[in-house]
Design a protein around this ligand. Structure first.
Ligand SMILES: Nc1ncnc2c1ncn2[C@@H]1O[C@H](COP(=O)(O)OP(=O)(O)O)[C@@H](O)[C@H]1O
Ligand SMILES: [Mg+2]
Length: 724
C-alpha cells in the first residue's frame, strides 16, 4: 500500500519532485529484488544442489516419477454465509491417493467434488469465506511442508487463443523448466509431452476461441493437462476433465490420465457421471454426496460394499450410473426427497461406521508393527521430499528472458487475432463514417462553433470508449490465465505487464489513427498538416490511457461481466467532467481534481487548443457572437492551456493506471490457506479395508505402498488425538 501511495505521489507531483521520488522508489525496489535473487541463487550453487538439479532433469525427462501418497483425514470445509451462520461444504471427508493409481472422485452436482479437489490441491484462497480443517499429509508430512510437485487442471480450459499447441507447450517449457536445460533438451521434452498427450496431429493447430476455429474440446483439455505437466508433477488433480466432451473425446482424455497414473503419477480426477469404460479405468473411488463421504476405496470393491448394504447393481448396468442414482437426492416430490435423503443418511452412517472400525484396526496394527519399519519409510519419504522441495525452488527464466518470451507471446496474440482486429477496425471505420456524415464539411458560421466542440467531444469519447470496451472484454480472462501461470511460479508481474503493453502499442495505435484520419478531413477541421498530425497524436495517447483504465478495472473486477459494468460507469464520470458538459471553473472545490483526472477532459481540451486558434467565425444575424477561435477557448476556460501541458497530464493519468494495474495484480498474487488441524478427536480414517490393487509403477513407489496401509492410516489419527 505504501509503495502504491509513494508511486502515485511520484506520478502526481511536479516533475522536479516526482522524477527523483520515482527514481528513488525504483532504486529501492531494484536493490530489494537483487537481494532476493542473490539469496535464491546462493541456494542453488552448492555441489549437492547441482546433483539435485541433475536428478530433477532426469525427473523432467520422465525417467522417474517421484512417488507421492496423499492422505486426507476428516477434511471439513466451512463456508461463512451472509447471515453469519456457516454452511458445511465438506463434512469430515477422508481418503487416500496412491502413486500409480487413478482415483475417481464421483458425486452429484454440488456434492463438493471441486471443493474437495481444491482443498487437496491446497488451492483454497487465503482470506476467503471458506475455512478448512482436518489433516492433509503428503508422504507422511503435512502437505504444505512436503514441497512435492503437483498439478491442478481446472475445469475451465484457458489459453492464449492464437498460439498453436506447439507454441503453448513450448512457452510453458521455456518459462518453467530450469534455465540450465539446453534448448534441445527442452524441445525434446515438449515433443515427448506431445506424444504422451496424443496431440501430435494437432501440433500446428491454433487453440482458437469463439471467433476463431481451433482445437476440439478434448484436445483443449489434453493441452491443459500438458501445460500442467511441464515440470513433471507427481500428483495430478483434474477437475471434471470430461464435462462437455463427447464420449469418444472423454475416453481419450481419461486414457491420458490413466496412462499418467500407470507411469507412477498419483492422479485424482473428479467426474460427474462416467460411462462404464471410463469407470473401469478408476483404481480407487471416492463417492461424495452433499459434502459427505459415502465410499472411499478400491473402485472394484464399491459395488460389493453397497451390495452388503442391500443395494444390488443389476447385471449389465453401468456401475457409475447405478452409484450416481444411489447417492443422489431426488427432488421430484417431497416424498421422493424424504425417501432418498433417508437412504443417503443410511449410506453415510454405514460408511462412517466402517471408517471407525478401520481406524480401530489400524491403531492395533500400528502397535503390532512397531515403529522401526515405518520410521524407515518416513526417512525415505523425507529424502524424496528433499529432492522435490529443492527441485521446486530451481530458478526459472530470468526477468529479461521472461520479458522476451512474454513479448513474443503477446505480439503473436495481438497480430494473429484477425477477428478482433477486424471488428475493431470496422467499429472505428463505421464511427468515423457516421461522424463524418453528421459533421460533414463544417463551415465557419456561429453554429459551427458548437458543432466543432461537439465533434471534438464525441471524438474523444468514442476513442476512449472503443479502447476501454475492447480491453474490458479481453483482460479479465487473460488475467485468469496469468493468475494460473503465476500460481505455477512461471513469471513476475513486471515482465508480464511490460511485455503486454509493448506488444499491444503498435496495433492499438492503428485504430484511433484510422478513425482520426477519416474524421479530420471529412469534417473539415482546421486545415493544417501539423494540426492534423497533432490531432492523431492526441487521440492515440488518449486511446492508450483508456486502455490503461481498462486494465486497472479489469484487474480489480472479478469477471468480464463485472468489468463491463464498472468500466463504463467510471468512464461516465470522466465524460461528465470532460470539459464540455461542466465548465472546470464552475466545479465545486471538493471536485476540482475530477476534471484534472479526466482522460476525456485532457483529450478534449488538447483537441480544442489544437483546433480553434487562428480560426475566424462569421457574425450571427445581430452582428454578435464569438468571432475568433481564441474567444471560444476563453469561453471554455482553455485560453491558458497548451497541447504539451495536456499531453503531460494525459501521460500522468496513463502512468497512474499502469501503476495501479501493476500494484493490483501484484497484491492479488495467488495466496492459499493451509489446512488447520481439527480440534475434535479423529473419528475416522480412510479405508480401503482391503490391500491396494497392484499397479504398474516404479519399485520406489511400491516401496512407499509397502508400508503397512493400516500403520500409515493410523498416523494422522494419532496426531489428531494428541492435538485434542
Ligand atoms: N466459494 C464458495 N462460495 C459459496 N458457495 C460455495 C463456494 N464453494 C463451494 N460452494 C458451494 O458448495 C457446494 C459444493 O460445490 P462444488 O464443490 O463446486 O460441487 P461440485 O464440484 O461437486 O459440483 C455447492 O453448493 C456450492 O454452491
Ligand atoms: Mg465441480
Amino acid at each position: 500500500m505504501l509503495g502504491f501511495l509513494l508511486g502515485t505521489a511520484a506520478i502526481c507531483a511536479p516533475p522536479q519532485i516526482g522524477i527523483p521520488l520515482g527514481l528513488g522508489l525504483a532504486g529501492v525496489r531494484a536493490i530489494a529484488g537483487r537481494r532476493r535473487n542473490a539469496r535464491q541463487s546462493k541456494l542453488h550453487t552448492s555441489d549437492s544442489e547441482q546433483k539435485l538439479e541433475a536428478k530433477f532433469e532426469k525427473v523432467l525427462a520422465n525417467d522417474v516419477v517421484e512417488p507421492v501418497e496423499l492422505l486426507w483425514t476428516n477434511l471439513t470445509c466451512d463456508l461463512k454465509v451472509k447471515d453469519g451462520s456457516t454452511k458445511q461444504i465438506l463434512k469430515g471427508v477422508s481418503g487416500v491417493a496412491r502413486p500409480g493409481r487413478l482415483v475417481g472422485l464421483m458425486g452429484p452436482s454440488g456434492s463438493g467434488k471441486t471443493s474437495l479437489l481444491t482443498a487437496l490441491a491446497g488451492r483454497v484462497p487465503a482470506g476467503s469465506k471458506l475455512s478448512l480443517t482436518g489433516s492433509l499429509l503428503v508422504n507422511g508430512s503435512p502437505a504444505d511442508e512436503a514441497g512435492h510437485r503437483q498439478a491442478f487442471v481446472q475445469q475451465e480450459d484457458l489459453f492464449y487463443s492464437m498460439l498453436s499447441v506447439q507454441e503453448t507447450l513450448k512457452m510453458a517449457a521455456d518459462l518453467r523448466l530450469p534455465q540450465q536445460m539446453s534448448a534441445e533438451a527442452r524441445e525434446a521434452y515438449v515433443k515427448q509431452l506431445v506424444g504422451v498427450l496424443g496431440l501430435a496431429k494437432a501440433i500446428e493447430t491454433c487453440v482458437g476461441d469463439e471467433k476463431t476455429r481451433g482445437l476440439s474440446g478434448g484436445e483443449k483439455k489434453r493441452l491443459s493437462i500438458g501445460c500442467e505437466l511441464v515440470g513433471s508433477p507427481s500428483l495430478i488433480f483434474c477437475d471434471e476433465p470430461t464435462t462437455g466432451l463427447d464420449s469418444f473425446q472423454a475416453e481419450k482424455v481419461m486414457s491420458t490420465l490413466k496412462s499418467l497414473a500407470a507411469s507412477g503419477h498419483t492422479v485424482v480426477a473428479s467426474i460427474h457421471q462416467p460411462r462404464s469404460s471410463i469407470f473401469a479405468m478408476f483404481d480407487d473411488l471416492v463417492l461424495l454426496s452433499e459434502g459427505q463421504p459415502v465410499y472411499s476405496g478400491p473402485a472394484d470393491q464399491a459395488l460389493a460394499h453397497f451390495e452388503a448394504l442391500g443395494h444390488h447393481c443389476p447385471e449389465h448396468y453401468n456401475p457409475a450410473e447405478f452409484l450416481a442414482d444411489l447417492i443422489s437426492l431426488d427432488f421430484a416430490s417431497p416424498e421422493a426427497e424424504a425417501d432418498s435423503r433417508a437412504r443417503l443418511n443410511k449410506l453415510v452412517a454405514a460408511w462412517r461406521a466402517k471408517e471407525a472400525t478401520a481406524a480401530a484396526t489400524a491403531a492395533t496394527a500400528k502397535k503390532a508393527a512397531g515403529s522401526s519399519s515405518s520410521s524407515k519409510d518416513m526417512a525415505r519419504a523425507a529424502s524424496t521430499d528433499l529432492v522435490m522441495r529443492r527441485a521446486a525452488e530451481l530458478p526459472r527464466a530470468g526477468p529479461l528472458r521472461q520479458l522476451r518470451l512474454l513479448l513474443v507471446r503477446s505480439w503473436r496474440q495481438v497480430v494473429r487475432d484477425r477477428a478482433t482486429n477486424f471488428s475493431r477496425a470496422m467499429s472505428n471505420l463505421s464511427s468515423a463514417i457516421v461522424f463524418g456524415a453528421i459533421f460533414f464539411r463544417m463551415r465557419t458560421g456561429q453554429s459551427s462553433i458548437q458543432d466543432r466542440m461537439g465533434l471534438l467531444q464525441v471524438a474523444s469519447i468514442n476513442t476512449a470508449m472503443a479502447s476501454l470496451v475492447k480491453t474490458l472484454n479481453i483482460f479479465p480472462r487473460e488475467r485468469t490465465i496469468v493468475a494460473r501461470e503465476r500460481a505455477r511460479g512461471a513469471y513476475g508481474i513486471l515482465p508480464y505487464l511490460s511485455a503486454k503493453l509493448a506488444a499491444e502499442l503498435p496495433v492499438g495505435a492503428l485504430f484511433p489513427l484510422l478513425f482520426g484520419a477519416i474524421v479530420y478531413p471529412v469534417c473539415g477541421l482546421h486545415p493544417s498538416l501539423p494540426r492534423f498530425a497533432k490531432f492523431l497524436g492526441i487521440l492515440t495517447l488518449e486511446s492508450f490511457t483508456s486502455q490503461a483504465l481498462g486494465l486497472a478495472v479489469g484487474a480489480v473486477a472479478p469477471s468480464t461481466e463485472a468489468a463491463m459494468a464498472i468500466g463504463p460507469a467510471v468512464m461516465l464520470v470522466w465524460i461528465v467532467f470532460g470539459g464540455y458538459y461542466v465548465n472546470a471553473d464552475n466545479v465545486p472545490t471538493l471536485f476540482k481534481w475530477l476534471p484534472r483526472a479526466s482522460l476525456i477532459k485532457q483529450a478534449f481540451e488538447a483537441l480544442c487548443v489544437n483546433e480553434f486558434p487562428g480560426l475566424t467565425f462569421e457574425a450571427d444575424a445581430n452582428g454578435g457572437g464569438m468571432r475568433t477561435g481564441e474567444q471560444v477557448l476563453s469561453w471554455l476556460s482553455f485560453d491558458k492551456s497548451t497541447i504539451p501541458a495536456r499531453a503531460a497530464s494525459q501521460a500522468r493519468i496513463l502512468l497512474f493506471y499502469y501503476w495501479a494495474t501493476f500494484c493490483i495484480l501484484r497484491a492479488s498474487a495467488p495466496r492459499y490457506q493451509t489446512v488447520r488441524p481439527d480440534a475434535s478427536p479423529a473419528t475416522s480414517v480412510p479405508t480401503p479395508a482391503a490391500e491396494p490393487a497392484k499397479s504398474a509403477i516404479a519399485p520406489a513407489a511400491t516401496a512407499a505402498m509397502a508400508m503397512p496401509a493400516a500403520a500409515k492410516e493410523a498416523a494422522p489419527a494419532a496426531v489428531k488425538s494428541a492435538a485434542a
